[in-house]
Design a protein around this ligand. Structure first.
Ligand SMILES: O=C(O)CCC(=O)C(=O)O
Ligand SMILES: [Fe+2]
Length: 349
């Protein structure tokens, strides 16, 4: 039994942010930013366009829609997509199972806990140093591709969780191909040039994020500023509570909520493939003292054995090669992330 186990055998049990809040614990020191604040909720809105996926899909893709896409990806590095084949009620179901999972009793959620050396499962920040400032969020990470799934991390409660996530995976894979093709067309490239590097063994990894109410949004961050390691990320936002902000020209901008839309974020690997034309934006999540927030990120990651590099046709005298070729970018990403540095710097020429 745990109580009688010798001290050297007892493992430190990690604490969820949710538990800190439920226990009414005092705000622990290691969540408090001392060198700067947690961020402002009241910042200007990002001016990102809403792109109609129906228009991108057709063979004679509208020039105007492609132009909109190109401009969004090369300025903000993100856009909202509508008409993506998922109904608003389906997206609400995805949000609902996310909320229901985090509302389960702690011992039920702990059945899906991340293992010490793993990535997948339920947990929050790995504590790597005493000085580390932690994010005010709990997360559940799951690999979605059928052939790479570890079902032990797929919640069985709520009952419909697995079916809904499976449906979401199928629908997102279709949308991914449409978007990667449209990205190529928007740069007048061959349809498959992003898709080929993305590869057939690409991984889709879901991160279900839960940001509890926070007593001190002025001092605490929901998710520290970062850029994504993916090729692209799909973000399903909470349909009522804002929190996500993007950085541009040293200023922060908040993302508006469009409940029926998915937010697409350019990840570092697309910035590399596009030789820097498309931007992988720095973003963060601020906390909120009044309301909790959920979101679901799906990271589309090129296959581990795929070599990623600037597409040849995007390299010329006027635009020299900016990045080296790289395999397993995610490995580099984590190494750099832990040191608080941007991984893309490591592959710059
Ligand atoms: O919760 C959000 O809105 C953003 C999450 C995010 O940036 C991430 O999971 O990488
Ligand atoms: Fe992100």
């Amino acid at each position: 039994m745990a109580e009688s186990a010798p001290a050297f055998k007892t493992q430190m049990v990690w604490k969820s942010v949710q538990e800190l809040v439920l226990n009414g614990d005092e705000l622990p020191e290691n969540y408090i930013h001392k060198d700067r604040d947690g961020g402002d909720l009241d910042v200007p809105l990002v001016e990102i366009p809403v792109v109609n996926l129906g228009q991108l899909k057709s063979l004679s893709t509208s020039k105007e829609e492609l132009q909109k896409l190109r401009s969004a990806l090369s300025t903000w590095g993100c856009f909202q997509v509508i008409n993506h084949g998922m109904t608003p009620s389906f997206l609400d179901e995805v949000r609902e199972v996310t909320k229901q999972f985090f509302a389960l009793p702690m011992e039920e959620k702990r059945k899906y806990s991340r293992e010490a050396d793993g990535i997948e499962g339920y947990g929050n920040d790995k504590i790597l140093s005493e000085k580390q400032i932690l994010n005010w969020s709990d997360r559940l990470y799951i690999t979605l591709n059928p052939e790479q799934r570890k079902l032990k991390f797929w919640p069985e409660n709520p009952k419909v969780f697995r079916d809904i996530l499976n449906d979401y995976t199928i629908k997102l894979s279709i949308v991914t191909a449409v978007i990667l093709t449209a990205m190529a067309r928007s740069l007048d490239l061959e349809d498959n040039c992003f898709l080929d590097q993305y590869g057939k063994e690409a991984t889709m990894r879901a991160g279900f994020n839960y940001y509890p109410k926070c007593p001190r949004p002025d001092l605490v961050i929901g998710l520290e500023e970062h850029a994504d390691a993916s090729a692209i990320t799909f973000l399903l936002q909470d349909n009522e509570v804002e929190g996500l902000q993007f950085q541009k020209d040293n200023q922060w901008f908040k993302v508006p909520i469009i409940p029926e839309a998915l937010l697409i974020i350019v990840g570092d690997q697309t910035e590399i493939m596009s030789n820097g034309i498309f931007k992988s934006p720095v973003h963060k999540v601020v906390t909120n003292s009044e309301r909790e927030r959920i979101s679901l990120s799906v990271f589309c990651l090129p296959g581990l054995n795929e070599e990623i590099g600037p597409i040849d046709r995007l390299v010329d005298e006027s635009r020299p090669r900016l990045y080296k070729k790289v395999k397993n970018y995610v490995g580099i990403y984590f190494e750099y992330y832990q040191q608080g540095k941007r991984a893309i710097e490591a592959v710059k020429i």
